[in-house]
Design a protein around this ligand. Structure first.
Ligand code: HEM
Length: 263
């Protein structure tokens, strides 16, 4: 009954407003924090291809639990991707509450942002746009990684990027995720006052500078990484080897030694 009264009047029987919106805001922040930090780790792991194919291969095997199982189990990566996907969907659902529901609402927000001339309010539009784009782009990537976790590695990933045409999607996803992620983490820090210190205005200025540096850093790293996968994928396709998996240098040397030849 009290739900019915609150549903119609927007207040409980005791005249109090629901705490649910505040709880949902908290959930949005928590899932956003997780995803933002996860993406920093993700970009660093994926970019190991810039160091060497062997390094990227060993990182992949590490996430497959090779320190416990001999060959590694891709199902572990599928499990991690499923958990990330659920958090991603929960975060998107929370974010949807902040999007304008019709043109009138959009117009009011735009006029408000322009009138205030406040940079942080304008950042909201970037968040809404990149967030909307990620609904689609992020879901495609997560679903593929979740269902094809056995096809992650120096050659398998490069084949997916180049021969399976993922690179156009990755260009867009990379742009969306890097802007959305760093702006999101900046807004979280400002919203909850994590680094306010004695002079919140001065710390906000500093946070803004860090935000810019991090965005540029991860964009440069991301595009260099993507270019590396594209180049490896192109060479692999030109050699007619699409689908062939990478054999780490250590295994090739072992094979040659066992066959009486020293590498
Ligand atoms: C557990 C979850 C995830 C795993 C295991 C994973 C794994 C990978 C791997 C292996 C690549 C290299 C290319 C390939 O193999 O296709 C990649 C690229 C990429 N991923 Fe993820 N990913 C995950 C979640 C996400 C999420 C949540 C996002 C953003 C919404 C994302 C955005 C990207 C982008 C933008 C690239 C291209 C990066 C570049 O080449 O610089 N990933 N991911």
């Amino acid at each position: 009954m009290s739900d019915l009264i609150e549903g119609y009047l927007g207040k409980t029987v005791e005249g109090k407003k629901s705490r649910t919106p505040a709880k949902l805001d908290y959930l949005q922040s928590a899932t956003g924090l997780f995803l933002g930090l996860f993406m920093w780790g993700h970009m660093l792991f994926v970019s190991t291809i810039l160091i060497s194919k062997d390094f990227m291969y060993s990182v992949t095997k590490f996430f497959e639990g090779s320190f416990i199982f001999n060959e590694g189990q891709p199902i572990i990566v599928s499990g991690i991707a499923l958990v990330v996907f659920i958090i991603f969907i929960a975060h998107a659902a929370m974010g949807m509450r902040k999007l304008p529901a019709n043109f009138k609402q959009y117009q009011v927000m735009k006029a408000h942002a322009n009138n205030m001339g406040h940079e942080d309010t304008k950042l909201w539009f970037i968040q809404a746009f990149t967030g909307f784009a990620m609904f689609f782009l992020g879901s495609v990537h997560l679903y593929i990684i979740m269902t094809q976790a056995d096809a992650i590695g120096p050659y398998a990933s490069a084949d997916r990027v180049w021969s399976n045409w993922m690179w156009p999607l990755y260009i867009l996803l990379l742009l969306a995720v890097e802007f959305h992620g760093t702006i999101g983490l900046y807004r979280l820090a400002v919203k909850w006052g994590w680094f306010d210190g004695k002079d919140p205005k001065a710390s906000r200025k500093k946070l803004k500078a860090y935000k810019k540096i991090l965005t540029v850093f991860f964009l440069v790293l991301g595009f260099a990484t993507l270019a590396a996968y594209m180049k490896i994928g192109m060479d692999h396709a030109a050699a007619g080897k699409v689908g062939e998996r990478y054999t780490p240098t250590a295994q090739i040397m072992e094979y040659k030694i066992n066959n009486g030849r020293v590498a």
